[in-house]
Design a protein around this ligand. Structure first.
Ligand code: SF4
Ligand code: SF4
Length: 208
């Protein structure tokens, strides 16, 4: 009895599976034949971290400011830096450990020089785990064809002209005459009014 029940259940489940297949068969496939076919990755997808280079000179955009290293929550970035002849910092070594990178994108957010970016590349499988630690050269090489919006370079600031000696502040204007003094007092107004009235009146009326 148990065997018969198992057989019926098996046939039933098989028919369900065949039904799903028959239902999907006329519709276009939603999967790709990887690696022969690939999805185009969205521009802001978070793939592998790369270093960007100046399109004209080919040099790294990185100024070794260490902001990305400080922003990285997993300490996947390690930078060693040194000063060049012009007393400017540059990266001596720059490594990203992809075994601990969580692809959060905070390094790209922190960088002010369009120097580090999460590319749309995602194929970096290797046989040896140690190969997942990318050094500066590799990070630069895989970032060479990554498009980015270069940051306009700052124009050199012209030195300020020597400041002219300050002219003495203009002498304060004479304070306005005391407005209170200028204001006619009500008593004076009244007196003037009375005198005017008196002057305009005939003497007979004025004297009365
Ligand atoms: S993506 Fe995140 S975890 Fe990976 S290196 Fe950048 S900041 Fe660190
Ligand atoms: S990649 Fe950007 S944030 Fe990181 S050290 Fe270089 S310039 Fe600074």
């Amino acid at each position: 009895m148990g065997i018969l029940r198992d057989f019926i259940d098996g046939v039933y489940n098989l028919l369900i599976g065949l039904g799903v297949t028959a239902k999907r068969l006329p519709k276009p496939a939603v999967t790709l034949q990887y690696p022969d076919q690939r999805w185009p990755m969205p521009e802001r997808s978070r793939g592998i971290v790369v270093l960007l280079s100046d399109k004209e000179t080919g040099e790294l955009n990185c100024t070794a400011c260490l902001l990305c290293e400080k922003a990285c929550p997993t300490s996947a970035i390690t930078i060693e830096r040194e000063k060049d002849e012009q007393n400017r910092w540059h990266a001596k070594s720059f490594t990203v450990d992809n075994t601990i990178c969580c692809f959060c994108g905070l390094c790209e957010e922190a960088c002010n020089f369009a120097a580090i970016k999460m590319a749309t590349k995602y194929e970096f499988a290797v046989y040896n785990q140690s190969e997942l630690v990318f050094d500066m050269k590799k990070l630069q090489e895989i970032g060479r064809d990554v498009p980015y919006e270069p940051i306009p370079k700052k124009k050199p600031v012209a030195p300020k002209p020597a400041e002219a000696p300050k002219t003495p502040a203009a002498a304060p204007t004479a304070p306005a005459a005391n407005p209170v003094a200028q204001q006619a007092t009500p008593q004076a107004d009244t007196a003037a009014e009375n005198s005017g009235k008196s002057a305009g009146k005939p003497e007979s009326e004025a004297g009365s």
